[in-house]
Design a protein around this ligand. Structure first.
Ligand code: XLS
Ligand code: NI
Ligand code: NI
Length: 438
């Protein structure tokens, strides 16, 4: 058997299976740090990192932007060829998972029934490719933001008929998910927001969104979907304001509507930074709530205020993210999906490989260093020590809810010399550099 899937023809000729060759290798088409079989803490790197390739950026996007036409010419011409190219790529690069929107993989249509019929055929095709290769579906989703009918939103559209049309896409996508054994199902609400409050009843729209998600949850469970539903926060773009602003906002929304048992969060690095946070902040908020579902691994550009969706290459940023993920006990049924695209002027076929190799090596390094930091335990004990005044005595009683405000006052009145305790930030930052490069 070939090391990679080859369909009707080879779409990435001249590039074989990408292998681990180690940091001494000069071969640019090899992994320097990602060794899928390397065991770390009882699990392979492949099992820890659960990498996924995004169908839309890798096999649909052509480099076009609001100021210019596409620059990247794909050799695949129809649904079947695109699927063949995708599975050839997954098996050459070695991402065990993939993710797609309905109309990335399957043609859109004017009527619901035409759309459903071709989606069903595409699902059968994808299922056959999954069986041939062992590649699995991390998640799929419905694109209810590109078509002009969604200009005023999907589940938050002021027109009920559009909401129902979006529901038809979600239903079909859940049907496909169950057939493909998807591990999660994603909602990203690019048009679930507003351009002005002057024409928007925000309360009504948010109630509609909750009801829509509740129906999707009920239908999914009814047809046997066992995975997590995921909401992907983003504060803006394409809408001026999107309702799923950030982790904290989405967690509040899920809890308000009783959805927190079935839904978790899919955190994207560049969305967290657009919200004015950092990647590790939004991961931490989700993890602390027990709702970290999956990750869209990419990186933004510090100078640009939009979603540049670049492949992650910054090890420091990835390390801080992996420290949260390791502390969370891993990704569980989530993964690291490269929701990232090559640049408009990266026009060689091999650039898609370089991009994924870079992303996978970056997170492999981050995993190794985060595990080293955890095993060493120094940072963790500094963190524990920082809060030690709550471990015994009155501090502990406060945590246990055994003190009143008057008790706190009396304690303070008796406590005349409170020491100043340094936060030690610079020392900790220096320690991180030593873990990284020492
Ligand atoms: C866009 C989002 C999108 C979701 C899936 O910014 O990241 O790609 O991941 O709809
Ligand atoms: Ni995303
Ligand atoms: Ni994004």
């Amino acid at each position: 058997m070939s090391e990679f899937y080859k369909g009707s023809r080879e779409f990435f000729p001249g590039i074989g299976k990408i292998k681990f060759e180690g940091k001494g290798s000069d071969n640019p088409l090899s992994f320097k740090f990602y060794d899928e079989n390397k065991i770390i803490g009882g699990k392979t790197m492949r099992e820890h990192l659960r990498f996924s390739t995004a169908y839309w950026h890798s096999f649909c996007a052509d480099g076009s932007d609001p100021f210019g036409n596409g620059t990247i010419v794909h050799p695949w011409k129809n649904t079947e060829e695109k699927a063949d190219a995708a599975f050839e790529f997954f098996t050459k690069i070695g991402t065990p998972y993939y993710c797609f929107h309905d109309i990335d993989a399957s043609p859109d249509a004017d009527t619901v029934s035409e759309y459903e019929a071709s989606y069903k055929k595409t699902t059968e095709l994808l299922l056959a490719r999954q069986k041939e290769t062992g590649v699995k579906l991390l998640w799929n989703t419905a694109n209810a933001f590109s078509h002009p009918r969604y200009m005023n939103g999907a589940s938050t559209n002021p027109d009920f008929r559009i909401l129902a049309r979006a529901a038809s896409q979600v239903k079909a996508s859940l049907d496909a998910n169950v057939m493909l054994g998807g591990e999660n199902y994603v909602f990203w609400g690019g048009r679930e927001g507003y351009t002005t409050l002057l024409n928007t009843n925000m309360k009504k729209e948010l109630e509609h969104m909750a009801q829509f998600l509740t129906l999707a949850r009920d239908y999914g469970r009814k047809i046997g979907f066992k995975g997590s539903f995921l909401i992907e926060p983003k504060p803006m773009e394409p809408s001026k304001h999107q309702y799923d602003v950030d982790s904290a906002t989405v967690i509040g929304f899920l809890r308000e509507h009783g959805l927190e048992k079935d839904f978790k969060l899919n955190i994207e690095a560049n969305h967290a930074t657009l919200a004015g946070h950092s990647f590790d902040h939004d991961l931490r908020v989700a993890a602390d709530a027990g709702l970290l579902g999956s990750v869209d691994a990419n990186i933004g550009d510090a100078q640009n205020g939009w979603d540049t969706d670049q492949f992650p290459t910054d090890v420091y940023d990835a390390l801080k993210a992996m420290m949260v993920i390791v502390d969370n006990g891993g990704l569980n049924s989530g993964g690291l999906n490269f929701d990232a695209k090559i640049r408009r002027n990266s026009t060689d076929q091999e650039d898609l490989f370089h991009a994924h190799i870079g992303g996978m090596d970056t997170f492999a390094l981050a995993l190794e260093i985060a595990t080293k930091i955890k095993d060493d335990g120094k940072l963790n004990s500094m963190l524990t020590r920082r809060y030690e005044s709550f471990d015994s005595g009155k501090g502990k009683e406060f945590e246990q809810g055994k003190m009143t405000l008057e008790d706190l006052r009396d304690f303070a009145a008796d406590d005349s010399s409170i020491p100043q305790i340094s936060g030690k930030q610079e020392l900790i930052e220096n320690m991180l550099n030593r873990y990284m490069f020492g």
